[in-house]
Design a protein around this ligand. Structure first.
Ligand code: ADP
Ligand code: ZN
Ligand code: ZN
Length: 747
């Protein structure tokens, strides 16, 4: 008698093991299938079969029967089942949590279903049809229905379309179906997210010599189904074309490919490129899909109707078989790391999938992460380089503008004289410009010039941000709003002012200086609506606007041939963040933004305004010199013992009362110390181990404490992190805890 071993869809540690069920007669089950099973007092619980067994140790009376299957195919492929087990091992989560990553959220709990459409199909042979049609003269409506079907290709039409053309004909169709003239059928349909998309040129460009060279190394690896590469290619070097050719080769070999891009770069433009080159063979997964569209894309992939999947981080779980190539574009992006449980790094999972499934891994960036470039230096990744732009277009010329000098000269406006002049000559030349602001809203915070009071959120320990369109202050952590004070709540002074620069402020200044020029603004406020991204970007591409003002979301991946000038308002804003990666992030962002200029035939010019022109990140970015930055940054990381030389991990405690968070953190600290003591690692490998209040000590009313660990990057790290996650599983009541490894942010 067959049995199946099931993981039930409960995240709890207590049930993180398989349960055995009997498979009733007439039901066929295999690993990866989703099933309903009785569990405890619950009659129907969803679960996933992870193994089959012929026998069972338990007495038969104690083994319950599974109820039924949710689909008649395994929703989770064997490769992804294995990947889930790997995630459980490395991310310290339950198998149920890891399995949840593998299917669209809406499929759980059956919140989404297959969409169907009813078709009317002519059921008799043509000679009879003709006869029927002509003999029904006295029933004109019936005749019209039959005629319509006869004229339709394959003699069939959706019932909905018949209704639109001929009015309600349901009863008529029912009668015709009874008489055997017509068959009514329900068929699955797919919701398509590619409705009204403009299509770009579909012809292949001739490859540049650099692209040829890179492909000459890459394609043999794709053919052999192995290899891990890092493609370092400056902005505008034509990396996308390399991706397209490599994906196509994989497809020719009967294999499939995944292309990961940061969500923010998953622009309609990118989607369009792939759709115009791969048509129906491409599926796209991004956050703007409706649940129905997402489910249908997932099913198209699962059924093998798709050769290439393009998507953000979670597309690494695409249910593709025969994966021959995984590309991670802009591989330096922080967004490849999932911060919630289960925590995973899509780049690591990409590597695992490639190794397990016989695929080639290709990481690519104009500003590779420190870690990847270091791996390439050690030979763990094969380095491929494209150091020149397509057609030897020059990299943009970067002017660094020292804003301290501007201030000293009495210029208090957003724009330096140099930037304003550059913008003017760009406009005079009839070109387009992008102005990049590394912030959101009108200004960052409101403070009193007399006493220094800063308006902060009552729930979180951060300053509130002023939004000039709504004239409110909003907390960016919890969303709480409040009115702007007219006098200082501390000292009563009326000199309460907005500081900092935001996109709205820049837009206003641009309109002031260039009243005739149409301007577009792109930030979180203007892109809330569905398709707003698309609309704004196509308007800019069409030339409806000449100046685009925006935040991070315009920094990457965009390719506008007419843009010759890029202005960066506050290049060093990020350098002040309390994060060891702030130099790296600044360099990446500046290089990426500068790379938007001069991508076609006219050379580009970049104006980079900063209060810190001597900083090596700013300096190297202004020369677009990745290597120089890399070397300097690695020296600093080694000196300060930061990753990749060490590993950082923290336990983050949150509680209503500060003393609870603090007590738990201190208790965890003692446990960690004891753990290291026992293994006498403390002086050998541990660089620092401390408990303290978080830099942002309160968010959404919860007090936050942390235990931070810095440890030399050696195999013992895994053991230490394992211990930390174990501790994280058991915080006292009223206290929440997560364990984070190299967390994306340390606030
Ligand atoms: P990257 O991603 O490396 O910054 P892109 O892939 O966006 O660069 O390419 C930059 C520009 O060069 C794009 O407009 C692209 O269409 C164009 N391009 C790429 N390869 C070629 C080629 N072989 N011939 C002509 N134009 C190309
Ligand atoms: Zn005051
Ligand atoms: Zn808040």
């Amino acid at each position: 008698m067959p049995y199946c071993q099931v993981i039930v869809d409960i995240a709890s540690e207590d049930v993180d093991r398989v349960f055995t069920y009997r498979v009733p007669e007439g039901i066929s089950v295999c690993p990866g299938m989703r099933v309903h099973v009785p569990f405890g007092r619950v009659a129907r619980m969803e679960g996933v079969v992870v193994e089959m067994a012929d026998a069972c140790d338990l007495p038969p009376a104690r083994v319950r029967a599974m109820t039924d299957t949710l689909e008649d195919y395994p929703a989770i492929l064997p490769e992804l089942l294995e990947l889930a087990k790997e995630i459980k091992r490395t991310s310290f989560c339950t198998l149920a949590q890891a399995l949840r990553l593998m299917i669209p959220a809406q499929m759980r709990g059956e919140r989404i279903s297959v969409k169907t459409r009813e078709f009317a199909v002519l059921a008799v042979d043509p000679a009879v049809r003709e006869q029927v049609a002509s003999s029904q003269r006295r029933a004109p409506k019936r005749e019209r229905v039959l005629r319509a079907l006869m004229e339709a290709p394959d003699g069939e039409l959706p019932v909905e379309e018949l209704r639109q053309r001929l009015g309600d004909c349901r009863a008529m169709l029912a009668a015709l179906s009874k008489m055997g003239f017509v068959r009514l059928e329900r068929r699955e349909t797919m919701r398509s997210p590619y409705g009204a998309m403009e299509r770009l040129a579909e012809k292949d460009p001739e490859l540049t010599a650099q692209q040829e060279d890179v492909l000459a190394k890459l394609l043999p690896a794709v053919e052999a189904g192995k290899g891990a590469f890092l493609l370092y290619g400056v902005t505008g070097s034509g990396k996308t074309e390399v991706f397209i050719r490599a994906v196509r080769r994989a497809a020719q070999l009967g294999k499939t490919a995944i292309v990961l891009v940061p969500e923010i770069a998953l622009t309609p433009q990118m989607v369009m490129w792939f759709r115009s080159r791969f048509g129906e063979d491409a599926a796209v997964l991004h956050s703007r899909l409706s649940p129905g569209e997402r489910y249908d894309e997932w099913r198209r992939i699962r059924r093998g109707e798709v050769r290439v999947v393009i998507g953000a981080r979670s597309a690494i779980f695409a249910p593709l078989e025969r994966v021959g190539l995984i590309i991670v574009d802009e591989e330096h992006e922080q967004s490849y790391i999932a911060d919630n449980t289960p925590r995973y790094d899509a780049r690591e999972l990409a590597r695992m999938r490639c190794e397990r499934e016989g695929g080639t891994l290709l990481l690519a960036s104009a500003t590779p992460s420190m870690r990847s470039f270091a791996l390439a230096g050690r030979g763990d990744l094969t380095l491929l380089q494209m150091l020149r732009r397509v057609n030897d277009r020059p990299l943009p010329e970067v002017h660094v503008v020292d804003m301290r000098r501007e201030l000293a000269q009495g210029n208090r406006s957003v724009f330096s004289g140099a930037m304003l002049a550059g913008l003017k000559s760009c406009m005079d030349a009839g070109k387009q410009a992008i102005l990049f602001v590394n912030r959101r809203g009108y200004s960052t915070f409101v403070s009193c010039r007399s006493c220094g009071y800063v308006v902060t959120c009552s729930q979180c320990d951060v300053s509130m941000t002023y939004h000039s369109s709504e004239r409110v202050l909003r907390c960016h952590y919890c969303g709480q709003e409040s009115a702007v004070p007219t006098a200082c709540p501390e000292c009563g002074s009326r000199y309460i002012k907005y500081f900092g620069v935001g996109t709205q402020r820049v837009e206003e200044e641009v309109r002031h200086h260039f009243p005739e020029i149409p301007v577009l603004r792109m930030d979180n406020d203007t892109t809330r609506a569905k398709d707003a991204h698309e609309t704004l970007l196509s308007a800019f591409r069409r030339g409806d606007a000449r100046i685009l003002v925006g935040t991070q979301m315009i920094a990457k991946g965009l390719d506008f041939p007419n843009v010759t000038m890029v202005g960066i308002i506050a290049a060093d804003a990020m350098l002040r963040l309390p994060d060891y990666r702030s130099a790296e992030r600044t360099f990446q962002l500046l290089t990426q933004v500068a790379g938007r200029a001069g991508r076609a035939d006219s050379p580009g010019e970049v104006f980079l305004q900063t209060y810190d022109p001597e900083h090596y990140a700013v300096e190297a970015a202004s020369r677009q010199d990745y290597r120089a930055f890399y070397e300097e940054e690695m020296r600093r990381r080694r000196r300060m013992l930061y990753p990749p030389y060490t590993l950082l991990a923290r336990l983050l405690y949150e509680a209503d009362r500060e003393e609870d968070a603090r007590r738990e953190a201190e208790c965890a600290l003692r446990q960690m110390e004891a753990f290291f003591e026992r293994r006498s690692y403390l002086n050998k490998f541990v660089v620092s181990l401390r408990a303290m209040a978080c830099p942002v000590a309160r968010i959404k009313g919860k007090s936050r404490w942390q235990v931070t660990l810095k440890i030399v990057d050696k195999p013992i790290c895994q053991e230490a992190v394992g211990k930390m996650s174990e501790i994280a599983q058991m915080p006292a009541a009223g206290c929440a805890c997560v364990c984070q490894v190299n967390p994306g942010s340390m606030i």
